[in-house]
Design a protein around this ligand. Structure first.
Ligand code: MV4
Length: 513
């Protein structure tokens, strides 16, 4: 595809409407404030007193709590822009952020969409079309099926080219939605039929494709920035393997799995994938990396991501400001790929959910709130004492981001910040994060996407490496052997949690000598 499908024209942006709510709406208002741009919030009945509603310069009511009747209603957003004279809209993440029809409606109204073109959103939104497009540009993809095959052809390709086990994926899915594992040829016809029906019901599009299942791979994503002047760069990677049911819980930058050469090669691949659709603005390429460091393009998210702050910290780039700058037709700040992240950043998503009860969502009123501060700590949140947590929207309360000179310092600082955090009135997952930060495997960087669901427990502390890690962690071999001798088989009970960080400090110092 052509690189500059639209002419770079310098456009004034004096007022931005934020078509979102919660912490990300507040985050975007902050960037606008610093740039001297006026802001318009939109709010539903459930958000009359929310932080974003009060923090923006103006606020427009857009309907009932149900997202379908407010935050997802394109006409309501466009009306609010016209009424307030906003010349641009930032969609945040979720809601309308990856809807081609919204980006198009904004353009049709003569306004600026702070994000990619409707065309780029459309191509990347069809996960199979995205695969084909980047593959043609020389980007490695997991072996899978081509578009437009009949069922007999799909079955034949499964045996010949894809192999088992495989995944049936919905073209209109993404983010793990509409995915199912098939372990043998016998199961495939039935699985295909079910997947089609489910995709049709969920997305109004029954197209599905097959991909070989890569088991035990890591989920690593690259931050992309591209301007209208033909510059496309990456700002290195984020490690996102700590997730549960496709909900990320912890992200970090860089990835403990990365090395300079792999970053250079993966980064090049990701820039090429973005260029293949003439991508402009901020985007994220999701990749799988197997234990032998083979990497594959999975999909591209054409929006700002929840976990963008960890990249901001190690790159020194304010991604929201860059998005606005790019949307104005200016050259973006970063001109080179970030080949060397500065220090380390980790983010814990603080959610209103009970980690002791299968992560059951919790609703209610926040009665007390003490947020951590101090050196190396950032909290992005939309909550305050008295805030109501309703069942209408996602249950993320805050993002706690800590940084350090190295991974060890970032992690120990996170332990400190989690201890400072106090939220009462609702259940939250801070105990999950505290438990995770006691896990030997997590602290040693030995984990993949199965970690939380298959190997993590809220009732025991894993202070000793698991047998299967011993092969994969050559770098830790000496340390591991030492620990095994020390702790043979011992599991520390919750009540006996050791709050001293000295053992970890010493261990990391030995490792990095
Ligand atoms: C995969 C995969 C293994 N093999 N594709 C889940 C999110 C969506 N972006 C794609 N996902 C996966 N695709 C192949 N061919 C494993 C996953 C996957 C996963 C990916 C990233 C983070 C967490 C995950 C958890 C389970 C499965």
């Amino acid at each position: 595809m052509e690189r500059n499908s639209h002419e770079p024209t310098q456009t004034k942006i004096n007022k931005v409407l934020i078509a979102n709510r919660g912490e990300i709406a507040v985050r975007i208002v902050r960037a606008c404030r610093e740039l001297g741009i006026r802001t318009v919030a939109v709010y539903s009945d459930a958000d009359r007193t929310s932080l974003h509603t009060r923090y923006a310069d103006e606020a427009v009511y857009i309907g009932p709590p149900s997202p379908r009747e407010s935050y997802l209603k394109i006409e309501n957003i466009i009306d609010a822009m016209n009424k307030t004279g906003a010349d641009a809209v930032h969609p945040g993440y979720g809601f309308l952020s990856e809807r081609e029809a919204f980006a198009q409606a904004v353009a049709d109204a003569g306004k600026i969409f702070i994000g990619p073109t409707p065309q780029a959103i459309a191509i990347m939104g069809d996960k199979q079309r995205a695969r084909e497009t980047v593959k043609k540009a020389g980007v490695p993809v997991v072996p899978g099926t081509e578009p437009g095959l009949r069922d007999e052809e799909i079955l034949a390709a499964a045996e010949r080219e894809v192999g088992f086990p495989l995944l049936v994926k919905a073209a209109a899915g993404g983010g793990g939605k509409g995915m199912r594992i098939v372990r043998s040829a016998e199961e495939l016809p039935e699985a295909l039929a079910v997947a089609r029906r489910e995709a049709e019901a969920a997305f109004g599009d029954g197209s599905v494709y097959l991909e070989r299942l890569l088991e035990g791979a890591r989920h690593i994503e690259f931050q992309i920035l591209a301007d209208m002047h033909g510059n496309t760069v990456h700002l290195a990677e984020r490690e996102c393997s700590i997730q549960r049911r496709h909900q990320k819980l912890v992200e970090e930058a860089p990835s403990p799995f990365m090395d300079d050469d792999l970053r250079r090669r993966m980064g090049e691949m990701c820039v090429r994938a973005a260029e293949a659709v003439g991508y402009v603005n901020a985007g994220t390429i999701e990749c799988l990396v197997d234990k032998d460091k083979n990497f594959y393009f999975l999909e591209m998210n054409t929006r700002l991501q929840v976990e963008h702050p960890v990249t901001e910290i190690v790159s020194g780039v304010d991604l929201v400001k860059e998005q606005i700058r790019i949307a104005r037709g200016r050259r973006m700040g970063p001109t080179e790929n970030l080949l060397k992240p500065q220090g380390w950043a980790v983010e814990c998503r603080i959610n209103a959910e009970d980690p002791y009860n299968d992560f059951l969502p919790s609703v209610g009123t926040i009665s007390t709130l003490i947020m951590p501060t101090g050196p190396g700590v950032r909290v992005d949140s939309g909550i305050f004492p008295g805030a109501e947590i309703t069942p209408y929207y996602d249950n993320m309360l805050a993002k706690l981001i800590c940084w350090g000179e190295n991974r060890a310092e970032a992690m120990l600082r996170m332990r400190r910040a989690l201890e400072e955090f106090r939220i009462t009135g609702i259940k939250h997952n801070i105990p999950f994060h505290q438990n995770l930060l006691e896990s030997f495997s997590f602290l040693a960087g030995m984990f993949d996407t199965r970690f939380v669901e298959e190997r993590f427990s809220m009732t025991t502390y894993e202070t000793e490496p698991k047998e299967e890690d011993l092969e994969t962690a050559a770098i830790l071999a000496t340390l591991v052997a030492h620990r095994r001798r020390q702790l043979a088989g011992q599991i520390v009970k919750q009540s006996a949690r050791d709050t001293s960080n000295w053992k970890w400090v010493g261990r990391w110092e030995r490792m990095h000598r």
